[in-house]
Design a protein around this ligand. Structure first.
Ligand code: CA
Length: 233
């Protein structure tokens, strides 16, 4: 029995979410007030918080910060506008995923499942970490920082330097969503050749190369209007 908190003050949205989550086998508890929900979460932590940004009591951001201070608890943030997500991505206390309204409840359930899956421990060996057994990391993806080489399930991927850099940044924090601006800062520190269009084309090529090895897994998720994240399998 996996208990989830739905912290949402709009009754229609909340009841749809509760119904879908219940149908998906979860045990949702609904809260309309941020402060009440936080108290309950600290007393008996659920598996995940589905957290609206604008709430009475404490707002979603205050709840998120308070939760983050006390340890790892997966949080999926619901927001009313894409611009809010951009702002939220810049904050240190990040959520595990962001969903913009209006959303399809089916998508919310899929994202909740994905966040729960990847919050399982240790999905990627650190780049270039010594590996005494010679075994592949659970994701099957290895990035060798010193050689600049990448292998997927032991097969070599021919990546350009930019593609390697993008993959390295994303894979170091699985599930974390990077905005285009953040990725450009990290991948193009000199900013001479930076443009969103060139970033997008590198990401596109990278996805194509990954897909050539494994067509059934989306390694790099594109979050509409926001940016990209690495999704371990
Ligand atoms: Ca609200």
């Amino acid at each position: 029995m996996t208990t989830l908190f739905v912290i949402e003050d709009e009754p229609d949205i909340a009841s749809v979410l509760v119904d879908y989550l219940r149908a998906a086998g979860f045990t949702p508890r609904h809260f309309t007030d941020g402060a009440v929900a936080l108290q309950a979460a600290l007393a008996e932590p659920p598996a995940l918080l589905l957290l609206d940004l604008m709430l009475p009591g404490l707002d979603g951001l205050q709840v998120l910060r308070a939760v983050r201070e006390r340890g790892p608890l997966p949080v999926v943030m619901l927001t009313a506008r894409v611009e809010e997500v951009d702002r939220l991505l810049g904050l240190e206390a990040g959520a595990d995923d962001y969903i913009c309204k209006p959303f399809s409840p089916r998508e919310v359930v899929a994202r909740v499942k994905a966040v729960l899956r990847r919050s399982q421990p240790a999905v990627l060996a650190p780049p270039a970490a010594p590996d005494p057994d010679g075994l592949a990391a659970p994701t099957g993806l290895r990035l060798d920082e010193t050689q600049g080489t990448t292998t997927l399930d032991g097969r070599r991927l021919e990546l350009t330097r930019k593609e390697f850099s993008i993959l390295r940044v994303l894979a170091a924090r699985p599930g974390r969503i990077y905005s285009r601006a953040q990725l450009m800062d990290l991948v193009y520190p000199d900013a001479l050749e930076a443009s969103e269009r060139s970033l997008d084309s590198h990401v596109k090529n990278l996805r194509r190369k990954l897909a050539a090895h494994e067509p059934h897994h989306e390694w790099i998720r594109s979050v509409y209007g926001v940016g990209f994240s690495f999704e371990p399998r």
